[in-house]
Design a protein around this ligand. Sequence first.
Ligand SMILES: [Fe+2]
Length: 286
Amino acid sequence: MADGPLVSHGNERTSLSITPTITSANSLGKQLRQTASANNRKIKMTLKKRLIRYTDLKPCTNAFIDTRSPGSDKKENFTLIGPGVAENPDQHVHISIPHGFNIGGARQPSGCLNSQHSHLTEEVFVIHKGTWAFLSGVNADDGKIILNEGDIISIPMDIFRGFECIGDDIGYLYAVLGSDNPGRVLWAPKVFDLAKEYGLVLLEDGSLVDTTLGEKIPEGKKPMAVTSAEQIAEHRVVNSEEMKSIVQRTATFKWAKNKGLAQFNGVEEVALVGRHVLTKIYPQEN
Ligand SMILES: [Fe+2]
């Protein structure tokens, strides 16, 4: 049987069409059903690799350099789509098929802080559960904004950010980073100091050495240099008022009217992250 045209599913390709070689109607029908059934099995197997049940989530409790720092030691990190910026090579990646972006998750009890850092791509947070404070600045004291369930914040590369669950209950949020390889986290200097006190060393290659477990810095590898004053100076100072411009609140979502999918009965659609958001913070460039 000759191969039919291929239908692309991300990076995988599945043959969905056939060229019949049997002319009998009954035989042809049987062959079509068998081929469709085989293709369905193939597609289902592919989709299984792309499905994550919340109940099946595998958290990592030592994903990052701040994992032992008081106030940050109760967080659970998840690499959902792509490896993200994980510093623990043993962290489970739930969907490893390259998507061109990464989605991670963080589940934190009240009072638990994800320390100040920045990235080489935009970082978008979607609040799924709980109330969260987002703090800007290398020392977490430039600005602050409170987000609730459904709210979204899109943080540009050149802003140090951290986030703390401040509700009564455990919180859960999604974090999206651009590209298949978003590079390494740039941590605030204070994070390195605290990690040292608790026996963790971050290496130049982005991996962690846990000296409390007897691990040693491998031959030929070096600790990552503490973030310099020059690197810090490349970041912007953003106050609480300015942080409002990078947030989309559920209460003020601009729902599309009679456009796109919204033209169909019962469908509501809203564009949340894209050029209209960047325009607010980079007006000169957009
Ligand atoms: Fe981050």
